[in-house]
Write a protein that binds this ligand. Structure first.
Ligand code: GLU
Length: 304
């Protein structure tokens, strides 16, 4: 497959499109990002690295971190984890409170905020110093010890986390949060403020394309069975209330974040990441979705 040629075509096509998206501003620090940043990186199992643009510039991974926290939790626990969080698409915005009330505090899936907060609670119960452990886990699967958080994004979200605090309070009233709300919220905000580049994210996401193995360091991080499950949740729940649209247009499992990143995989083939900060109305990178749609169209390959 001529991946570099295909990526060059995607870049040329993308740059002449008018982008109607808007950079996330509800976390004030994110609003400062240059909307014209655009990078893409593909890491192929058989033939290595391809990319263009701002592929090496770190950005706020935000909700993409929910895949790493779920993965870490699944390395520590078995199926009992899914008694506290379901695996169904929500069809509601990522930070919605509505379903939680009538579904007795059990979030629809681990990739909406409520679900990721339950996973954070599980990590707080299961390990000492979960912030450092989650960061170390992210560094390990990326093979890069310099991955870190952006303290300004962390502080900024701390000051604007009332909705996530209400999700935690509501779930605690149903008995589905075991730890102190401030501690769980702190871990969640910390993981969202991790910064990575497209190249680093594609490298980390190789474990989802390669049956749980890092490929570069040949570390089996998690079992193929658990990777199958995580990929299934990415496919059905990875794009807020636009998971159906992403599956329809792109046809790959993946996860987006309000920092404008999308990380996606083709099992057995490659991991790919795009970054373009302006988001569509559902909160997904507008250009990122276009670029990935073109990737599966131009390669003629998706998982379907
Ligand atoms: N930290 C963000 C929040 O909780 C993450 C949202 C996202 O990327 O979807 O609002």
């Amino acid at each position: 497959m001529q991946y570099q040629q295909i990526l060059d075509t995607i870049k040329a096509e993308s740059l002449i499109r008018s982008n109607t998206g808007e950079v996330a501003s509800y976390i004030p620090e994110l609003a400062k990002i240059d909307p014209d940043k655009f990078g893409m990186h593909l890491y192929c199992i058989n033939s290595g690295h391809y990319g263009f643009g701002n592929e090496d510039e770190r950005f706020s991974i935000q909700s993409i971190s929910k895949v790493f926290s779920l993965t870490l939790a699944m390395t520590l626990l078995e199926d009992e984890l899914f008694e506290r969080v379901d695996v169904e698409p929500s069809g509601d915005p990522f930070n919605s409170l509505i379903q939680l009330e009538y579904e007795n505090g059990i979030p629809r899936n681990p990739f909406i905020n409520a679900g990721a907060l339950v996973i954070a609670d599980i990590l707080v119960s299961a390990i000492e110093n979960p912030k450092q452990k989650l960061l170390d886990f992210t560094r390990k699967i990326t093979g890069n010890p310099t991955i870190d958080i952006n303290p300004k994004v962390y502080d900024s979200e701390k000051k604007h986390s009332h909705r996530n605090a209400s999700l935690l309070n509501l779930m605690k009233s149903f008995g589905n949060i075991k730890n102190d709300i401030e501690t769980v919220l702190d871990l969640y905000i910390y993981q969202c403020s991790i910064e990575m580049s497209c190249r680093e994210l594609a490298t980390a996401f190789m474990i989802y394309a390669n049956a749980g193995n890092t490929l570069s360091d040949n570390i089996q991080v998690i079992s193929p069975r658990k990777i199958k499950r995580i990929n299934a949740i990415m496919q059905t729940c990875g794009f807020y209330d636009e998971a159906g649209e992403f599956t329809f247009r792109v046809g790959l499992p993946g996860k987006s974040g309000v920092g404008g990143g999308i990380a996606s995989i083709h099992p057995g083939q490659y991991a790919v990441t795009v970054w373009s900060p302006p988001l569509n109305v559902k909160g997904n990178s507008e250009l990122g979705m276009y670029a990935l749609e073109r990737l599966t169209t131009l390669t003629g390959f998706s998982i379907f």
